[in-house]
Design a protein around this ligand. Structure first.
Ligand code: DHB
Length: 522
């Protein structure tokens, strides 16, 4: 490595081994290292197109990888669509992560666009990934990026991006379950965000070499991947990550992105237990059981304080957002408009049938109206027990990889699970217990709200596309609304809406998103 040699040797080596494998040029994008693939891909409207593209596979994006299987990315560049040549050299870049469940995600073995192996849970709103329409020869694998449903169709954003003429970058990233031979977890927080940043830096360091416009990177992700996408957007060029990026040999370049797409982001984790009880506290579990109402109310009171401390104003001139008016805010800004859009799109007969089944909705011929209480009843079973995220006691068997997921995300060294809230820690370990010393920093590193509210980050993305299903009880409906309000309060361009009656992982307007990329990129 050049860095160890020192300045003088560096100069000599740079002159004598131009183009050779030195540490400083190990991150140079090799424009010739592609295979050409031709595949049939459906666009957002479901129409099929023949796409010929250059596929660059498994490019390690750091010089000191901990695990190359995850710290590598794929690039797909369209060259011909339906027989017509396309020039994507200046096209927007769709930067699509396939993280699910904060698990490791690798694209290293994908054989085509949109075929990354996301590690996460199957979304509620999708059939098994094997039900995906067969597209490129390489896809049809379990893919975090394709496991979404829109009006009965599978959505594979990378493929939609490619057929729209964009450059598609699919980064892998370490995740919480990775453990080395010494029993140490090496993919827990903040590994995944550090890796995604390193991948962005790789692209930006290769400006002019890498296809596409590195000043127009549009990040996407769903659930944990949506959280990481939002965090990537919020934390652009933040110095907080510098030492982690140096450790893995990330390129010395900007990690700022232009725009952020986030579907059902599972984020603001240290406040999510309180928010969850504020939202779903009285909803029963699928077993019919009520969660412990003392615990629920204790957590809910934390949300009251938190929401007040955020000092956010609602979008659309709503005024100060508090726990007291948040139900009204969600109804007015998101839920009633969402139901209205849904009902307006139905035929007269379908609408009549739906309204007959859902008498909680008042339909005046133009707009849907209902109360918060009736809406909660309509959604039905809450997905998670209380607390939803920081469990009082950690799982002892690992048969359910999602149990204690966020405790695992904040694991460290040989500790698989750690507490990240004082409330759950003290329930577990007693009233004087203290959070591990590194937890506050890890929380800042993982929370987009820190970069939008606590310390508004000038390097953040200025364009936000945020989506959530109205029946998604994987987290509180306030989480994405707060994210949108925080970005909006800073003056950023925010598009946020809820898909009516949709569950976790839904993506029902992918075509609009693809169009939004072109409009926003300018
Ligand atoms: C995901 C879902 C969850 O409920 C959660 O707690 C974390 C991640 C996901 O689907 O990625």
């Amino acid at each position: 490595g050049v860095a160890a040699i020192g300045g003088v040797a560096l100069t000599a080596q740079a002159e004598s081994t131009k183009g050779g494998p030195t540490e400083s040029n190990a991150l140079v994008f090799d424009q010739e290292a592609f295979t050409t693939l031709t595949t049939t891909v459906a666009d957002a409207a479901g129409d099929e197109h023949e796409v010929t593209y250059r596929f660059y596979r498994a490019i390690t994006y750091v010089t000191k990888p901990v695990d190359e299987k995850y710290q590598s990315l794929n690039i797909s560049v369209p060259v011909k669509i339906d027989g017509k040549s396309v020039d994507a050299s200046g096209a927007p870049i769709l930067f699509a992560n396939s993280v699910g469940g904060y698990m490791p995600s690798s694209v290293a073995e994908a054989t085509g666009v949109g075929g990354g192996m996301g590690g996460g849970p199957a979304p509620d709103d999708a059939p098994s990934a094997s039900a995906a329409p067969s597209t490129s020869s390489g896809s049809g694998t379990e893919s975090g990026s394709s496991a979404q449903l829109a009006g009965g169709k599978m959505v594979n954003l990378p493929q939609l991006g490619l057929v729209a003429g964009y450059v598609v970058v699919e980064p892998g990233a370490r995740g919480r379950t990775l453990k080395n031979s010494a029993g140490e977890y090496y993919g827990t927080a903040p590994a995944a965000i550090v890796d995604l940043k390193a991948a962005v830096r790789y692209l930006r360091a290769n400006k002019g070499r890498v296809p596409g416009n590195v000043e127009r990177i549009f990040s996407t992700g769903t659930s944990a991947g949506g959280a990481l996408s939002a965090l990537l957007g919020a934390s652009g060029d933040s110095p907080l990550y510098e030492k982690y990026l140096e450790d893995i040999g990330a390129a010395d370049a900007s990690d700022a992105i232009f725009a952020t797409g986030a579907w059902c982001p599972i984020t603001d984790l240290e406040h999510a237990d309180g928010a969850y009880e504020w939202n779903w506290g009285t909803n029963r579990l699928s077993t019919g059981e009520q969660v412990d109402q003392t615990v629920s109310k204790g957590l809910k009171s934390q949300f009251v304080e938190y929401q007040a401390a955020l000092k956010l104003r609602g979008l659309g001139g709503f005024g100060p957002l508090t726990a007291r008016n948040y139900d009204d805010y969600l109804l007015r800004t998101y839920l009633q408009p969402s139901a209205t859009t849904y009902l307006s799109g139905l035929s007269e007969t379908e609408r009549t049938t739906y309204l007959a089944k859902n008498t909680f909705i008042t339909w005046n011929g133009k707009n849907a109206a209902f109360t918060w209480e009736r809406f909660l009843t309509h959604v039905g079973a809450r997905k998670k027990d209380a607390p939803a995220f920081d469990l009082f006691t950690f799982p002892t068997d690992s048969s359910d990889a999602m149990s204690g997921d966020i405790n695992n995300e904040f694991g460290e060294g040989t500790e698989q699970y750690r507490h990240f809230t004082l409330y759950s820690l003290r329930k577990d370990k007693g009233a004087t217990a203290r959070l591990a010393g590194d937890i506050p920093e890890k929380l800042r590193l993982m929370n987009p709200m820190f970069h939008l509210v606590d310390k508004p980050n000038p390097g953040r993305s200025r364009h936000w596309w945020i989506r959530l299903g109205s029946s998604d009880s994987d987290t509180s409906l306030t989480v994405s609304a707060n994210l949108a309000a925080a970005a909006g309060q800073l003056g950023d361009d925010v598009s946020h809406l809820y898909y009516w009656d949709a569950g976790h992982g839904a993506n029902e307007d992918a075509g609009d998103f693809i169009d939004w990329i072109a409009e926003t990129a300018g």
